[in-house]
Design a protein around this ligand. Sequence first.
Ligand code: ADP
Length: 170
Amino acid sequence: MNRIELYKGDITKLQVDAIVNAANKTLLGGGGVDGAIHRAAGKELLTECRTLNGCETGNAKKTQGYLLHAAFVIHTVGPVYNGGKYNEAKKLASCYKRSLEVAIENKLETIAFPNISTGIYGYPKQEAAKIAVKTVTDFLKTSATIKKVIFCVFDDENYAIYKNILGNDI
Ligand code: ADP
């Protein structure tokens, strides 16, 4: 059974155990997908986020989903792209891996990822997609707990890139 899906649209609309937020280190909200998630979840999300003491780049922390369809939000902090020589690839891979580990720790089975770091943080989309797909695919080989991973793309460019990488598997 293939456990990877591609979806184009707003991640806040997805009915999964957890959606992943491409947050910043403060975890106190921001623009892009982070802003959309906070708006859709309601202000209690920010209240819980304040208790988390921020998050390091490449790490992930869980909150409730509040008004979202998703039960939980896993907040991860992608790297700001700065030319590629500052361990950006490793940090981006870590975001996907740590988010999946947090999902497993909480017995969550379905999870949706946005295209972490490819917006305001400027990561080249093709490279980011390759890292995302490889990290998730490798992880799924080691764990049967996760039943479904959705790559939620928001723009046509990322949709085409993911479609091309995932090919006929989706
Ligand atoms: P980062 O700071 O990690 O780059 P952004 O939020 O700026 O985070 O962008 C990450 C990705 O999320 C981008 O591909 C952007 O198009 C996408 N995005 C923005 N809003 C949404 C949304 N509501 N649902 C899903 N993806 C979104």
